[in-house]
Each structure stands twice: as structure tokens, then as C-alpha cells.
Design a protein around this ligand. Structure first.
Ligand code: PBG
Ligand code: ZN
Length: 320
């Protein structure tokens, strides 16, 4: 007779729950918001069902709902009212992002607010920095990113999350924050951000597609994992409080390696393309949305993620 039978511990749900190694919690989730100018705006993003462009008033309403659902955090993205070649609306205190951060902080003070620090939504050319010809000038861009991070922190962001992939931006942002005595504002670095086809729905939603070329001179090559560890090492040395890997699903090996190597929290971004694939297949009845989303997010945790930025957050909160 067999002595070892792993099936013994799978006999019923209570037994399974006792030996479960990974438990997804609503406390692991961060919900992304897209804010726009105007009042009472709530427009669904066509490639991202159930995700909306919201004016500040509606973003505050949703933030209350998010907090009531037990989700601890939101990440704020914005569509500005004007664009120029350096993306100066990104640090305008009257822009939708800064106004939304301030309004959410006022109405839902316990919610942890993450500000996405980048320039691509705000530049006419759609690149994540200041151009010199067709080249994104790294060090000139750092000065602009400092302004964006400080403006969001001054508006009330608890965490700033640079997603531009310039070299040295974590140190530059830390310096700028500390100089303004914003010492308790954390930096969640998009340390490992791949040049990915999975961002397509987001670029429609945020109107941030590059107008020429691509982002491969600053975002990472999807073939590389040693390089991911190098990026992480640099950002840790520069003072990142949280390290992010993005996208999530196709990069869980990277998440696992990063988790093994570091002792700071790891975040993953379950990006727009991952979301859109699940929504499209479930809308067609080809997969069971709840099962697939739970399986995907549990796998991200199993790989080592402490927190997950996901457009599924509100649904998951309801299911759990
Ligand atoms: C911009 C930015 C991107 C995302 C977040 N911030 C996309 C990009 O690099 O074009 C992607 C988010 C998603 O796809 O859900 N720096
Ligand atoms: Zn960008």
C-alpha cells in the first residue's frame, strides 16, 4: 500500500484551507484611478471594461467605496488639460492628478495614495522624458521628475511611484523630497519595467502612446532577468522603499528572483493588457472571470509579491 498520499490533505475545503500556502487578501491590493478634468465625468474606457475616466468629484466617491471595501490604497493616474514638449502639466498643482490627490486625502484620509510619476501622459510626443532630438535626455528628465514627485507629495500623496525608467531617478526624487522635508513620503520604484505589448489598453486610456518610435531605449528588454536584478540593486542603493515588477503574469519568474534577493517589499503591476485579456475572454464565456482572476492574483503572491496593483481590485474585494 502507498504510505504517502498527498490527496489526503485535499479531501475537503477546510482541510485544503489549513494547508494553503498563499492567501490572497484585500489588504494586498492597490486600485488604479484615471482622473480627468471637468465635473461629474464617468466614461468607461473601451478597452478596459468597468474602468472609468473620472472627474475629481467622482474619483473621491469611488475612493470612498474602495476604502469601504477594505482596499488600503489607490494609485492615481491623470489626463491633463494641456500638453507641451516637457510635460509641464505633470507638476501643475491645478491638474486633475494633484487636485484628486488632495481631495481624496481630505475625504478619505486613511487611504494610502500612490502618485504615478511620469511624463508620457503630459508630453505632446508621448515619451517619458525631455527629448533631445529623438533621444530622451536622461539627466534633464530627472529634474522634471523631481518636480512631479514633489508636487504630488505636496498635494498629499503618501507614496510616489516613478514609472519612467530613467537612470538615477530614485536618488533624484529622494533628494528632492528630502529637501522639502517630505521625509515620510515613500518611493515605490517601477524598478523592473519591461517594454511590453501589455500596456496597449492603458496607453489608449491615458492617451500616452509615443508619437514616434517606442520605449525600448529606457524600458527593459523582455528577454532579460539578470538585468532586472541590476535595476533592483541600483534602486535599492538609491533608496527605493518598495520595488515593483511590471507587467506581472508573463514575468513571475522575475518576481520570484527579486523576492529571493531583497528584504524590501515587492509590488507587481497586473497591467491593462492582462486585465483586458481576462475581461474579453470572460465576456465571451470562454473562461470563468472570478476563478481566473483569483488564480492569477494568487499566483502573483505565490511568486513573491506583497502587493498587487490591479484593475480587478474592487471585484476581488467583493469576492473575498
Ligand atoms: C507610463 C505608464 C504605463 C503604465 C503605467 N504607467 C505604460 C507605458 O509605459 O506606456 C502601464 C499600466 C498598464 O498597462 O496598466 N509610464
Ligand atoms: Zn511614462
Amino acid at each position: 500500500m502507498l504510505k504517502l498520499r498527498p490527496r489526503r490533505l485535499r479531501l475537503n475545503e477546510n482541510l485544503r484551507s489549513m494547508v494553503r500556502e498563499t492567501n490572497l487578501s484585500v489588504k494586498n491590493l492597490i486600485y488604479p484611478l484615471f482622473v480627468v478634468a471637468g465635473e461629474n465625468v464617468r466614461e468607461e474606457i473601451s478597452s478596459m471594461p468597468d474602468v472609468y475616466h473620472l472627474s475629481v468629484d467622482n474619483a473621491v466617491e469611488l475612493a470612498k467605496k474602495i476604502s469601504d471595501a477594505g482596499i488600503p490604497s489607490v494609485e492615481v493616474f491623470g489626463l491633463p488639460e494641456y500638453k507641451d514638449d516637457i510635460g509641464s502639466s505633470a507638476w501643475d498643482m491645478n491638474s486633475p492628478v494633484q487636485r484628486a490627490i488632495a481631495a481624496i486625502k481630505k475625504s478619505v484620509p486613511e487611504l494610502v495614495i500612490v502618485g504615478d510619476v511620469c511624463l508620457c501622459q503630459y508630453t505632446t510626443h508621448g515619451h517619458c522624458g525631455k527629448l533631445c532630438g529623438h533621444y530622451v535626455d536622461n539627466d534633464e528628465t530627472l529634474k522634471l521628475l523631481q518636480k512631479v514627485a514633489v508636487s504630488q507629495a505636496e498635494a498629499g500623496a503618501d507614496i510616489v511611484a516613478p514609472s519612467d525608467m530613467m537612470d538615477g531617478r530614485v536618488a533624484a526624487i529622494r533628494d528632492a523630497l528630502d529637501e522639502k522635508n517630505l521625509i515620510n513620503v515613500s518611493i515605490m520604484s517601477y524598478a523592473v519595467k519591461y517594454a511590453s505589448g501589455y500596456y496597449a489598453p492603458f496607453r489608449d486610456a491615458a492617451d500616452s502612446a509615443p508619437q514616434f518610435g517606442d520605449r525600448k531605449q529606457y524600458q527593459m528588454d523582455c528577454a532579460n532577468v539578470r538585468e532586472a536584478l541590476k535595476e533592483v540593486e541600483l534602486d535599492l542603493a538609491e533608496g527605493a522603499d518598495i520595488i515593483m515588477v511590471k507587467p506581472a503574469l508573463a514575468y513571475l519568474d522575475v518576481v520570484a528572483k527579486v523576492r529571493e534577493q531583497i528584504n524590501r517589499p515587492v509590488a507587481v503591476y497586473n497591467v491593462s493588457g492582462e486585465y483586458a485579456m481576462v475581461k474579453a475572454a470572460s465576456a465571451n464565456g470562454w473562461i470563468d472571470e472570478r476563478r481566473i482572476v483569483t488564480e492569477n492574483l494568487t499566483s502573483m503572491k505565490r511568486a513573491g509579491a506583497d502587493m498587487i496593483i490591479t484593475y480587478h481590485a474592487l471585484d476581488v474585494a467583493e469576492w473575498l
